[in-house]
Design a protein around this ligand. Structure first.
Ligand code: 5GP
Ligand code: ZN
Length: 115
């Protein structure tokens, strides 16, 4: 755990969140500032700073993230209509929390390009 990391604190139960999924590797909870009717953050418990810090040791973990994304999309009822999974990397990519996470967005039509 990184001491001043918001997502490590949420994973440790030190900051409250509306959880949608939890297991030993991953947590998923509603984003504080939703950009779609359903906006969930899927977050590995392991403190990985950005996508650029992933190693081959994390391959299974990231595969698991996508399995959970699909499961949540099904459970929340927007899988068939369509949804988006987004990972922002570094400042120019829109990253603002320095603990890797995946936005699961659903409940509306998405536009492309995303901006
Ligand atoms: P990023 O900009 O790094 O891709 O995404 C960070 C996301 O974390 C943002 O969408 C922001 O709304 C969300 N966020 C930041 N702080 C908190 C928090 O304390 N609780 C929750 N639930 N979401 C947060
Ligand atoms: Zn962290």
């Amino acid at each position: 755990m990184a001491g001043d990391c918001i997502f490590c604190k949420i994973a440790a139960g030190e900051i409250p969140a509306k959880f949608r999924y939890k297991d030993d590797e991953i947590i998923a909870f509603d984003d504080l500032d939703p950009q779609a009717p359903q906006h969930i953050l899927i977050v590995p418990r392991k403190h990985i700073r950005t996508t650029l810090d992933l190693t081959t040791a994390d391959n299974e973990l990231i595969g698991h993230v996508y399995q959970v994304a699909g499961k949540l999309a099904h459970d929340l009822g927007f899988a068939q209509d369509g949804f988006r999974v987004v990972n922002n990397c570094n400042e120019g990519g829109g990253q603002s929390v320095w603990h890797i996470h995946f936005h699961l967005l659903g409940g509306r039509d998405m536009v492309w390009p995303p901006g």
